[in-house]
Design a protein around this ligand. Sequence first.
Ligand code: 5AD
Ligand code: FES
Length: 348
Amino acid sequence: MITEQLEKQRDLTDGLLQRLMEGEEEEALFAAADRVRRENYGDAVYVRGLIEFTNHCRNDCYYCGIRRSNRSLSRYRLDRETILACCREGYGLGYRTFVLQGGEDPWYTDEILCDIVSQIHREHPDCAITLSLGERSRDSYQRLFEAGARRYLLRQEAADEKLYRMLHPSRMSCENRKRCLYALKGIGYQVGSGFMVGAPGQRWEHLIGDLRFLQQLQPDMIGIGPYLRHQDTPYRDQPNGSMQLTLRLIAILRLMFPGALIPSTTALGTIDPQGRELGLKAGANVVMPNLSPAAVREKYELYDNKICTGEESAQCRSCLEMRVFSAGYRIVTDIGDPKKYRASDRDL
Ligand code: 5AD
Ligand code: FES
């Protein structure tokens, strides 16, 4: 059994990985992933309150709906007080992690961001502050860490140089992305990375390369979701990624990284009404309800038909709670740190 081997060794040859991705032993794969997830985390699902605080972006990624060249999008920025109000509301709803996510928006200088982060930290010292602001300098990451941020989400998107080129204009580079990820790790952040499944041009060997990159990086969090087209991007005619392949990859990731925090993403919930529940059953253990003010939600449209763009935060929270419960798990509101594996465990 390939699945058994992956569970024991936390690794496989490229050929065997591909067979699992193609759907061999699918049922056994999902069952093993759920078992390993329960061994490590029980039935807990951690919640992170997501605040999408700016949809301005200086980048022009070919797949992304908030890319700079998209002129049909109305742009917004949340000010300090609005962000703090979101956190206060979230705290009242039980959130103990806040994720500040935005496009790469130079309007938010280090000074402005550090002020916001340190104020959140002062008001909610029992909460984790996660940032997802794209590529910045090491110095900037360091200052934000000193202001109180402890986690950072930055997907590698594509570990393969050529595929990365296909997805991004030339002013971005795969090399710099990786440099950012290692800088964040070096500073002491818990780091999250990941990729899109079924991105235009992506083949099996790219996905295997992404898994190999994650093995080197050893991130604490791993976020993946299907690529979904957006009408105002150059890739508007490319087909969406596959939900089934995304689920298999979540299960593979759970077996390769038993202690990782793996979200069941909004993209998964968008491609299928049951997508997030299925993601949890395939080994994911995090959900990230939207805490942004309802008025700006539909402006943070990375892809068409993004879900959860209308509800209030409280509704979003209770809807997800029901979904998690119906999938057979339970929402946990503590800070939810990753389980650390000793090297000796990893080298079994
Ligand atoms: N489809 C799916 N995911 C996307 N992202 C950006 N655009 C899309 C899209 N069209 C993902 C990227 C990014 C994360 C915030 O959202 O992987 O890192
Ligand atoms: Fe947001 Fe359901 S999770 S409305």
